[in-house]
Design a protein around this ligand. Sequence first.
Ligand code: AMP
Length: 290
Amino acid sequence: MRVITDMVELRAWAMDHRATRPRVLVPTMGALHEGHLSLVDRARIRAGTDGVVVATIFVNPTQFAPHEDFDSYPRQAEADLAMLEARGCDVVVVPERGALYASDASVTISESAIGAGLEGVSRPHFFTGVCTVVAKLFNLIQPDAAVFGEKDYQQLAVIRRMVRDLDFPIEIIAGPTLREVDGLAMSSRNAYLSPEERAQAVVISQSLDAARAAMEEGMVDVSTLLSRVEKQIATQPLARIDYVAGVHPDTLEPIDSVGDDGLLIAVGVFFGKTRLIDNLCWRRNLSDAG
Ligand code: AMP
């Protein structure tokens, strides 16, 4: 496994290996867990034995607001590299601090529809930071495909929109959310949780499971579904809801009733200072409709 930290070296690698295809990218911020590694597995399937899997580890400063956890975000480069090597990753790009952005960088990419609600309300600069860094990684690495997790559903949708609207010739592949045994979505930020917070955080996936069951039984009223999710989360004293939203799975616009396209329920919940997100994308199985 080759580790590249210098962007000039990265450009040279991309040029030297331009004929080795497909080239499949997995962008991460490190502190890797099985969820990330499942994306590497997906990348390997897409790349095949002749292709190349490239992971990136970069805690991107431009997607953090000043009050957020950029400085304290978990960093464990050696352990991450060992995990990626064991998983058969071919190349890992770990830009050195300051290597990716010119000190007077003044061009960004912002998306104005898909990213406006949900996370965009709580984190107004987040998706501009994400789009800009992902576009830079696309330009530097020139992948044929890139894998993103459904755990960050809105991020995945924003990236798909960016790729469509800016004509990046890159296939976007989605990977399902991997969960702990009790259902909590795996996240690097779970490491911040105290034992009490960790125990209570399971309520997030439990509330989404209950919403899924209600929809399977025919419930279509979104406000009822959302208020049930809110009430269930609020049973845990350490939980503080940031948002619970029900939106169309493609447009991410609020909807009142679950239609043929289904419903995305997206939640952001604080436990102490730690903000966790999760979602349920429920699609109606039209073949069952009779
Ligand atoms: P992050 O390091 O948090 O920026 O995540 C890097 C990539 O891993 C993103 O595409 C995430 O959506 C994805 N990811 C994070 N957590 C999970 C999970 N539990 N299951 C699957 N993918 C995940």
